[in-house]
Design a protein around this ligand. Structure first.
Ligand code: GDP
Length: 427
């Protein structure tokens, strides 16, 4: 995968940014320069692109002596090995000598450079950011690595600058799990999908665990199907054993982007279905319901089940698709149904759009008690998370959060996608 390196003076927040990108709790982050760690290489992913993230934060000198030489050396190494170098600066310090030295090195190297200005903790006031145009590294991206602000936009820019993936080779295929209680028709459906005329099937490499992965190529698109039914190898033998079946279901959900829950149209939504639905919601995967065996029921029955789902699976408000795995009716719509969910799951909105949308939703109905929402931005992806900065976040009732959540769900078609709304203090 392509390489992204983060360089900058000590203590500008490199490690915090790395941890933020890797969505890790903070590891070794020190308020004082001089924390020594090894140069680390980590696997990271954004918008379906994988890259290796190089953290140069570990190579920091304890003293100011030789600082510039060391930091410019790091910049030189980074420029050498990375496809994109992120030059991280500190809004509170302004443009320093060291920043200028790093900029010189990176300019000579003529690679892709993205300039980021950290510690802009008040996103409404980014006047500090403009001073960094002086470095001649293009538009400075204002971020707060600590609070996750602007990091999504920065990652968009980084990913946009990565070299083109050869024929989509670097783009990860959506992973679709087909789950459900015994006898709802999982095997029948999987076999149908895999027998589809244009499907090219190959067993994905490295599948040594219980969940069986099968690659499905439909036209230009690749998918990975996670098989819990026991179509493949070992699974069939153990399929009847409840313990293994539950374990395999759990594992398939965890490894999926999209989990499709198959229910039996005659039986409707029963306790076992709800339990699997809860697991999908807890894992925060995209979720769709397939109502199978529709050949055995009347169209009215499908509407009844729709009512049951709306009433009993209120968390994610999933969409339904009626199919008959046996006759093949509707089966050609299963993968497009999953692909739509995958797109919604990976929704990425620009900061401007989020701000506009939230302000229109708040304009229609403001939070009670005079609480003001000052700023909103997307801080997470797959599934989407939006962070809102409010004057008194603790005073915003759960019902208002639901209202915001539903507004996002309707506007951006996020049915079946777990959606995060975080409230933070704007002070
Ligand atoms: P699994 O345990 O979920 O993998 O379920 P199977 O795929 O083994 O199916 C269980 C039974 O339901 C089999 O007898 C299938 O032929 C039957 N079946 C599956 N899908 C349908 C369908 O759409 N309509 C009808 N009538 N029967 C189905």
């Amino acid at each position: 995968p392509p390489v992204v390196a983060i360089v900058g003076a000590p203590n500008v927040g490199k490690s915090t940014l790395v941890n933020r990108i890797l969505r890790r709790r903070k590891a070794v982050v020190s308020e004082t320069p001089g924390t020594t760690r090894d140069r680390t290489y980590q696997r990271a992913e954004w918008a379906g692109r994988e890259f290796t993230l190089v953290d140069t934060g570990g190579m920091e000198p304890a003293a100011k002596v030789g600082l510039e030489a060391l930091v410019t050396l790091q910049a030189r190494i980074a420029a050498e090995e990375a496809d994109v170098v992120v030059h991280l600066t500190d809004a509170r310090l302004g443009v320093t000598e060291v920043d200028a030295a790093i900029a010189r090195v990176l300019r000579e190297a003529s690679g892709e450079v993205v300039l980021a200005v950290n510690k802009l903790d008040d996103p409404a006031d980014d006047s500090d950011r403009y001073r960094f145009y002086a470095l001649g590294e293009g538009e400075p991206y204002g971020i707060s690595a600590e609070h996750g602000l602007g990091v999504g936009d920065l990652l968009d820019e980084i990913v946009a600058r990565l070299p083109e993936a050869g024929a989509g080779a670097e783009v990860r295929a959506p992973r679709i799990a087909i789950v459900g209680r015994p006898n709802v028709g999982k095997s029948t459906l999987l076999n149908r999908l895999l027998d589809a005329e244009r499907a090219v099937v190959s067993e994905a490499a490295g599948t040594t665990t219980d969940a069986i992965e099968t690659e499905l190529v439909l036209g230009e698109e690749r998918y990975v199907l996670l098989d819990t039914a026991g179509v493949g190898r070992r699974a069939k033998r153990e399929a009847g054993v409840p313990y293994y079946a539950a374990l395999r279901t759990y594992e398939a959900i965890r490894r999926s982007d999209v989990s499709l829950l198959l229910v039996d149209a005659r039986e409707g939504v029963v306790g076992g279905d709800l339990q699997i639905a809860r697991e999908i919601a807890e894992a925060r995967r995209a979720f769709g319901v397939l109502v199978n065996k529709r050949d055995l029921v009347t169209p009215g029955r499908l509407r009844e089940i729709e009512g049951q789902v709306a009433y009993r699976m209120t968390d994610l408000k999933p969409k339904l698709l009626g199919i008959s795995a046996l006759t093949g009716r509707g089966v050609d719509r299963v993968i497009p149904f999953a692909a739509d969910l995958y797109r919604a799951f990976n929704l990425r909105l620009g900061t401007h759009e989020v701000a506009e949308f939230v302000s229109s939703v708040v304009g229609r109905s403001a939070p009670p008690g005079g609480v003001k929402i000052r700023y909103a931005t997307q801080t997470g992806q797959a599934p989407p998370v939006f962070t809102l900065f409010a004057t008194r976040p603790a005073d915003i009732p759960e019902s208002y959060v639901r209202y915001l959540e539903n507004a996002f769900r309707e506007r951006y078609d996020l049915h079946g996608v777990s959606l995060g709304i975080r409230l933070k203090s704007s002070r």
